[in-house]
Ligand binder design. Structure first.
Ligand code: ADP
Ligand code: MG
Length: 256
């Protein structure tokens, strides 16, 4: 049965999508069966996987609304070696349309349960909000991976996110746990980066992944080629970090 991992942070630009796509490819490379769910109307995980979001007539939107079966909407990403449930701007309307529907928070969970036996991991790339879409991800997942930039305001947003996780745990998904905080775009020469990083370790202890993802231009370039960086330039520092993260998640039996 798949372990479902929601990649969540209500801030934009912290590395959620980069993490989702590269972790999907890295875990696939390690022989794991992976489904990557793009749950952001921006469709960046879709494009970053090399799938043209504009040509997709059926997406995660149709699955959430009950208009299509997940099995008929997912696509196989040959290069990355994983399956993708794509998204595009259609999903922007889902928030409003879901509100009136029964089980609005559990729609993704119900859809994923149908295919969970086919995968080792399901990764859910969330939008930059704590909206109904993110609540669907948190309800469907067992674990939450929180990418964060080590900057001054990073910790501030974290308490809202932890609050949302607690509410979802209390009302919808009692088994939900934080898998780990992932430090992204890390610059070891920046003193503030170091300080925030140390604060995170002090507060969250072993809930902080040991792997640090450095700021690395290859990670930023790869999406324009539609190839995960772990394949585009496997030797780059960024790719190496995501390969190490995959090993960390698989290795020590950390419940991811
Ligand atoms: P989010 O999904 O949280 O909005 P993204 O993964 O899209 O964040 O990252 C935001 C931007 O930063 C993108 O242009 C991405 O290519 C770039 N980026 C992400 N991680 C790194 C990194 N470690 N080094 C350099 N650029 C990065
Ligand atoms: Mg994103």
């Amino acid at each position: 049965m798949a372990r479902a991992l929601a990649v969540v942070n209500q801030k934009g630009g912290v590395g959620k999508t980069t993490t989702s796509v590269n972790l999907a490819a890295a875990l696939a490379q390690a022989g794991k069966r992976i489904l990557l769910v793009d749950l952001d109307p921006q469709g960046n995980a879709t494009m970053g996987s090399g799938v043209d979001k504009r040509t997709m007539s059926r997406t995660v939107y149709h699955v959430l609304l009950g208009l299509s079966e997940l099995a008929n909407v997912r696509v196989h990403v040959e290069r990355g070696g994983f399956d993708l449930l794509p998204a595009n701007r259609d999903l922007a309307g889902a928030e409003i349309e879901l509100v009136g529907l029964q089980g609005r928070e559990t729609r993704l969970k119900a859809a994923l349960e149908e295919v969970a036996h086919e995968y080792d991991f399901i990764l859910i790339d969330c939008p930059p909000s704590l909206s109904l879409l993110t609540v669907n991800a948190l309800t469907a997942a067992q674990r939450v991976l929180i990418p964060m930039q080590c900057e001054y305001y990073a910790l501030e947003g974290l308490s809202d996110l932890v609050g949302t996780i607690k509410r979802v745990r209390a009302n919808l998904n009692p088994e939900l746990e934080i898998a780990g905080l992932l430090r992204t775009m890390y610059d070891p020469r920046n003193t503030l980066s170091q300080q925030v990083s140390q604060q995170l370790e002090a507060h969250f202890g072993n809930k902080v992944y040991r792997t640090l993802v450095p700021r690395n231009v290859r990670l930023a370039e790869a999406p324009s080629y539609g190839v995960p960086a772990v394949l585009w330039d496997a030797a780059s520092k960024g790719a190496q970090a995501y390969l190490a993260l995959a090993a960390e998640i698989l290795g020590e039996g950390q419940p991811a």
